[in-house]
Design a protein around this ligand. Structure first.
Ligand SMILES: Cc1ncc(COP(=O)(O)O)c(C=O)c1O
Length: 407
């Protein structure tokens, strides 16, 4: 009899590997502190709870439960909702057919399924160097090689760099990007960038996963309309990711992919293994709500309210921090990106901010691809869930923290 521990089992080895590969950054722990009472938190990109169309959804839910119990049953993707999504896409300037619409449990699942479809273990993907962290989380377990392309708060993704990568070697499995109201940079791409990217996707037969989570939250002047997404320029190599999370409510967990029809059976098989169905209740509730014709009015209200909040944030930054830091003016979405002098480490700063001034933000490092240090001096402010008064007070607190850090 020996005291030697037994060799690790297959499960133990797998768990150890997953722990190592899927490790979340310590920033997550910091952000948990942001939820403390009394903290004004710009840290998490939440839609405003007070603006959820709760009454309309409650009516839809009550009606559904009273007249159609199929809302509680397993169910195939609800065909009327696909037709309504085709109409929504038309509002975004995109022409598509119901046969190209694939319903998902939030657009995050859309990303996960497309990753399963397109990326093999150890494959290559192209990402912006500053990226929504949901994509790195979706690809991590496959340990891909990442081609990082520069991006910034003024212009967004550097299309020349994308082109150079594509000229230099075989195309990666995909390029993921956010065309409008970028998370975290706030930037929206120009028309010429959109056209060039769509063309590159076609020329190199490389799918672009276009995440349009924020495209409907557009703050242009009255009469101006937003530039259409890449999918309007390219219907074969751009796979569009849509979501009801930011325009209705994230708790409904419903999103969609617009992709070539030929891919849908395989996506359906992949989804079967993940979660069988997108919840029938959410799909039917959304469909019923859309059927009342209330969405355009709701969207107009969201745009007006969020625009006011964005403007409150920009005015407060201008009033308190002009000259000390740099930020942009987002035309869409929920985020303002702020660049501090390079000597400031915002992952350190956020601890002090929470402790000393009860204000929180997301440090830039949370969005830097592959642990790069290029965004260590940056931070993201999410404004949609805060009232203008909270925003003003939050920036006041933030300014005190930054002024102290700058000495
Ligand atoms: C850019 C981006 N894409 C996707 C998602 C996930 O959205 P959903 O709730 O549709 O899964 C988010 C959530 O914040 C996001 O910011």
């Amino acid at each position: 009899v020996t005291d030697e521990p037994p060799a690790p089992s297959a499960a133990e080895r797998a768990i150890a590997r997953a722990r190592q590969v899927m490790r979340q950054s310590t920033l997550r722990e910091i952000l948990a502190l942001a939820a403390r009472p009394g903290v004004i938190s710009f840290a998490v990109g939440l839609p405003a709870t007070s603006l959820f169309p709760a009454e309309g959804l409650a009516r839809a839910a009550a009606e559904l439960l009273a007249i159609d119990r199929r809302a509680l049953q397993y169910g195939i993707p609800y065909p009327p909702l696909k037709g309504q999504i085709v109409e929504l896409m038309r509002l975004r300037g995109v022409t598509c057919r119901p046969e190209q619409v694939f319903l998902t449990t939030g657009s995050q699942q859309g990303m996960d399924l497309l990753v399963r479809l397109l990326l093999v273990p150890g494959g290559r993907v192209m990402l912006e160097s500053t990226v929504y962290d949901g994509m790195p989380m979706a690809i991590k377990r496959l340990e891909p090689e990442i081609l990082a392309v520069p991006t910034d708060l003024d212009h967004g993704i550097d299309v020349d760099a994308v082109e150079r990568h594509l000229r230099a070697g075989p195309a990666p499995a995909f390029l993921y990007l956010i065309t409008d109201g970028h998370n975290p940079l706030g930037v929206s791409l120009g028309e010429a960038q959109r056209r060039r990217l769509a063309l590159l996707a076609r020329q190199h037969r490389m799918p672009i996963l276009e995440d349009d989570a924020y495209g409907f939250l557009y703050y242009g002047e009255p009469g101006e309309s937003p530039a259409p997404p890449l999918r309007a320029h390219e219907d074969e190599w751009v796979y569009y990711l849509g979501s009801f999370s930011k325009i209705l409510a994230p708790g409904l967990r419903t999103g969609w992919i617009v992709a070539p029809e030929a891919l849908l059976p395989t996506l359906a098989a992949l989804k079967h293994g993940a979660d069988l169905d997108t919840p029938s209740f959410g799909q039917r509730m959304i469909s019923s709500y859309l059927g009342t014709g209330e969405l355009p009015g709701h969207l107009a209200r969201l745009r007006a309210e969020y625009r006011e909040r964005r403007d409150a944030l920009l005015a407060a930054l201008e009033g308190r921090l002009a000259g000390a830091v740099r930020w942009n003016r987002p035309l869409a979405g929920m985020f303002v990106w702020v660049e501090l002098p390079e000597r400031i480490d915002t992952a350190e700063l956020v601890r002090t901010a929470i402790e000393d001034e009860k204000v929180a933000f997301s440090p830039g490092a949370a969005f830097a691809v592959q642990g790069s240090r290029h965004a260590d001096h940056c931070l993201r402010l999410a404004f949609a869930h805060l009232t203008p008064a909270e925003i003003a007070e939050g920036v006041e607190r933030l300014a005190r923290v930054i002024e102290r850090a700058l000495g």
